[in-house]
Design a protein around this ligand. Structure first.
Ligand SMILES: Cc1ncc(C[n+]2csc(CCOP(=O)(O)OP(=O)(O)O)c2C)c(N)n1
Length: 905
């Protein structure tokens, strides 16, 4: 029994004694549990024979010699658990998984590579090493975040990919940060070396199909690429390295989302053909919260990708910070234990051990379809970047590093000593690599990038911002609206829905049948249903989106007796694939889930992918995705996304964290020029294509329907930020007629534009083209419109016009000017419910002034502001204060005789 406890101790704690640190600087306490004396064994016992038992045991205990000396047992335990690999797996609850690993770990000869394999490993290590040396010699002062000290990553990854391909993987999505990225790009993904070198020499901007320069570009160690790489086993594997910002780990959920989308589109139901691989730094893996958020998506039914392989390039320092200041756990990988993921720590100087665990990780992933971590413990030979001095802060470590041979030198020596390779073999490979690097360097001088590689098969035919896309109507045939409308408003016969839900569905059916009073939720469902019947994939994810935070959506209903779920949008067509419409409550994460959906949206343009925040206020938890990816991704990396973000926004007295999605921030990040009116003629208008994203604050169900459908019915993709309503979901006036959804032109009462999204909704009082008696034109956006309209009705003001700016960005100059012309004598008021330093005011003011100036209607001094006073918090926490503020601003906009202009008071 005591011997079994000792064996178990090695399985659990052996990794703590493993020789993981190439520099041998790590001071680790070896647990007493690994000392035979702890169990009462003495030296005298070493040569005693013990019977280890014959349980249904795997590993060395199952060998056919259950009787062995203690000495032999200890030797085997040390070899298996305390060599250059430390296995952490005993935290895994599943016995089958543990036994599977034990079999592989405890096998007597785990790494038996033949001469041929060793030559391949050597070749790959030479490539990895020479690549960095070559860059260092040609561009001595350029930042490249070299891999020196961690070069074994490259052979490790390549062997991992080869093994994965053998096991059925056809496509791998890779995410990684700066460290070694160029090496991975060149040697693993096979971005042409001449292109990488060209970028080092200053680079040429990419050229799109019509030969126009486009995009702002990014530093070379952020760029992505994709390639079909032949594998050692004679297959081809598609590799895509996703572009990413400096923000460490931010790309993690994006990679996972993109992988999931690939699985959907390749009908990879068991998730064995498409896989995600993430490469991390030790500092960022332990420190960045998005790692945890991403890991926790891994087993969720609508987010799982059947396992991501994580590789940590653990160089034991983060910029200048030692691990003891960078994390509270023993290993930088401990966060992954929360998932029951196995973790393989490996000494980065031992290339064969690295290759071994990389292959093992691939096998694990294909066998158990869960995450797995490889922790390559290495070092950073130089500073954080090439112009950084590391010994300012890590003097002892860098004294050791100075005299430490490279992994390649170590491997070459080993191969020579064991006769596995000759000096000639090594020289031959070294010379071949040098020659190719030099040839590619020469070719880089006149290298011209030809095409934008975001145009993968799914994206062909899509337009760049330089190519004009036609504006299309988005209405749908009335009979289709009726058919799908009935399908989504009907529950199965024997379904015992909650009483209130039954009523909601009965009301929906009535709306479809009468064509009257279509509300927000039905408008949205009609957009989804019609896109589905047109063959598009629709995916909506976020916290509590199935029912809807505000209990309005009920996209999934639950039988009150059995709990069985029913999703009406899964039944708009015969034999509809269940995943075609996916609505899924997400984990309680913003950064992770938004990143995931962004990645998902980038795979295939024929999908409407939506992330909804619980309240827009919480979206700033995902700020990095908004700033670094969504608003600027196309400009930096020439990748488009049509992701829709729904952010419930509006002042209804729920306090400072349930009122504002921070509309101002999204507008501030918009890149439409406030001082230049672009081409607005309908057949030439490509204002949206030229803009980084669209920001809307829509006020009718029909307009919401059209803005969603517009995302798909165009030849380009742009992110869409929607300030989504809360109290409009049930507002008596916030209803649309079904005729506003259809494609019939010339309905009485509606103009031709009724069949498409209205960027601006003109005053609803039936004004003619010229209304000289109107004294005030109130421009507003969002739900405050209904309060303004109500006030106007109750006060019977006939000299005030109210227009809704439904699309704030890009700014509808043409329609604003149309309204300015309609009311030539009106003072111009911008009314908002947000404080003056928030909301749309600071975005609107210069643009509105530009529109006015062009018509000789004055300048920004002539724009009157009505709204809340500037404020630090977004909203008051006192309901009564809210009510007073709100009624004052509404009154001020409609009834006050004079409005003091804030810019001149
Ligand atoms: C989110 C974020 N915070 C801070 C930085 C600045 N920064 C760049 S590299 C780095 C250290 C990274 O350490 P580690 O993850 O261990 O990777 P290594 O550079 O050692 O490979 C830091 C803090 C950043 N890029 N991203």
């Amino acid at each position: 029994m005591r011997l079994l406890l000792l064996v178990r101790a090695y399985q659990v704690y052996g990794h703590m004694k493993a020789l993981l640190d190439p520099l041998d600087l790590e001071q680790r306490e070896i647990p007493n549990d690994l000392d035979p004396a702890f169990y009462g064994f003495t030296k005298a016992d070493l040569d005693r024979e013990f019977f280890l038992g014959v349980w249904r045991m795997s590993g060395f205990l199952s060998e056919n010699r259950p009787v062995r000396t203690l000495r032999a047992i200890l030797t085997r335990l040390e070899q298996a658990y305390c060599g250059n690999i430390g296995y952490e797996y005993m935290h895994i609850a599943d016995r089958e998984q543990c036994n599977w690993l034990r079999d592989r770990i405890e096998t007597p000869v785990p790494m038996a590579y033949n001469r041929q394999r060793r030559e391949v490993i050597l070749d790959r290590l030479i490539w990895s090493t020479q690549f960095e040396n070559f860059l260092a010699s040609k561009w001595t002062a350029a930042k490249r975040f070299g891999l020196e000290g961690g070069e074994t990553l490259i052979p490790g990854m390549k062997e991992m990919f080869d093994r994965s391909a053998d096991l059925g993987v056809e496509s791998i999505v890779i995410g990684m940060s700066h460290r070694g990225r160029l090496n991975v790009l060149g040697n693993v993904v096979r971005k042409p070396l001449r292109q990488i070198f060209n970028e080092f020499s200053g680079g040429t901007r990419p050229v799109d199909e019509v030969g126009l320069y486009t995009g702002t570009g990014d530093v070379k160690y952020h760029l992505g690429t994709s390639y079909d790489r032949p594998t050692r086993g004679g297959k081809r594997i598609h590799l895509s390295l996703v572009a990413n910002p400096s923000h460490l780990e931010a790309v993690d959920p994006v990679v996972v989302g993109k992988t999931r989308a690939k699985q959907y589109y390749s009908n990879d139901v068991d998730r064995t053909k498409n896989m995600g691989v993430l490469i991390h730094g030790d500092g960022s893996f332990a420190g960045q919260g998005v790692v945890y958020e991403t890991l926790h998506l891994s087993a969720l039914p609508n987010y799982t990708t059947g396992g991501t392989i994580h590789i940590v390039v653990n160089n034991q320092v983060a910029f200048t910070t030692d691990p003891k200041s960078g994390r509270s756990s023993q290993y930088c990988t401990d966060v992954a234990k929360a998932l029951n993921a196995p973790i393989f720590h490996v000494n980065g100087d031992d290339v064969e051990a690295v290759v071994h665990v990389c292959e093992l990780a691939a096998e694990w992933r294909q066998t158990f379809h869960t995450d797995v971590v490889v922790d390559i413990v290495c070092y950073r030979r130089f500073g954080h970047n090439e112009i950084d001095e590391p010994s300012f802060t890590q003097p002892k470590m860098y004294k050791v590093i100075q005299n430490h041979p490279s992994a390649l030198e170590i491997y070459q020596k080993k191969l020579l000593e064991t006769g596995q390779a000759t000096k000639e073999d090594i020289d031959r490979i070294q010379n071949k690599v040098t020659t190719i690097l030099n040839e590619e360097f020469l070719a880089s001088k006149d290298y011209v990038p030809q095409k934008r590689d975001w145009l993968s098969a799914y994206w062909s035919g899509f337009k760049s911002p330089e190519q004009l896309s036609r504006i299309r109507n988005t209405g749908v045939k009335p009979e289709i609206l009726k058919t799908v409308g009935k399908a989504i408003a009907t529950l199965p016969d024997n379904f015992r829905a909650h009483r209130a839900v039954k009523k909601i569905f009965a009301d929906r059916l009535k709306m479809i049948e009468t064509g009257d009073g279509v509300d927000w939720a039905l408008g949205e469902a009609l957009a989804f249903a019609t896109l589905l019947v047109e063959g598009n994939h629709v995916r909506l994810s976020g916290q509590d989106v199935e029912r809807g935070t505000f209990s309005h959506r009920h996209a999934v209903v639950h039988d009150q007796e059995t709990g069985v779920r029913y999703c009406p949008l899964d039944h708009v067509m015969m034999n509809q694939n269940e995943e075609m419409f996916t609505v899924s409550n997400s984990s309680l994460s913003e950064f992770g889930v938004l990143g995931f959906e962004l990645g998902y949206s980038m795979e295939n343009p024929n999908s409407l992918v939506i992330w909804e925040a619980q309240f827009g206020d919480f979206a700033n938890g995902a700020q990095v995705i908004f700033d670094q990816f969504l608003s600027s991704g196309e400009a930096k990396w020439l990748r488009q996304s049509g992701l829709v973000v729904l952010l419930p926004h509006g002042y209804d007295g729920q306090g400072p964290e349930h009122s504002s999605a921070r509309l101002e921030r999204f507008l501030q990040m918009s890149d439409d020029n406030p001082f230049v009116i672009p081409e607005m003629e309908p057949t030439l208008r490509n204002q949206i294509q030229k803009c980084n994203w669209q920001v809307v604050n829509v006020t009718t169900p029909a307009n919401y329907f059209h803005v969603l459908r517009r995302q798909i019915h165009r030849d380009f993709r742009k992110p869409l930020i929607v300030m989504a309503p809360k109290n409009l979901l049930r507002h008596k006036d916030c209803k649309s007629n079904l005729s506003e959804f259809d494609d019939v032109q010339g309905h009485p009462g509606f103009d031709k534009q009724g069949t498409r999204f209205k960027r601006l909704i003109k005053d609803q009082s039936g004004h003619s083209d010229l209304e000289e008696d109107i004294r005030r034109l109130v421009l507003c956006s969002g739900k405050v419109y209904y309060e303004l309209d109500e006030k106007r009705k109750s006060t019977e003001r006939k000299d005030v016009a109210i227009c809704r700016v439904e699309q704030l960005c890009p700014f509808p100059y043409d329609l604003i000017q149309r309204e300015l012309k309609r009311y030539p004598n009106a003072e111009v008021v911008w009314c908002q419910e947000e404080p003056m330093n928030m909301g749309a005011y600071s975005y609107i003011a210069p643009r509105l002034a530009t529109a006015m100036k062009a018509l000789d209607r004055g300048n920004s001094d002539n724009i009157k502001y009505v709204g809340r006073a500037p404020s630090a918090a977004t909203a008051t926490g006192f309901y009564m204060v809210h009510v007073k503020e709100q009624s004052e601003l509404v009154e001020n906009a409609i009834t006050s005789d004079t409005i003091t202009n804030p810019t001149i008071s």
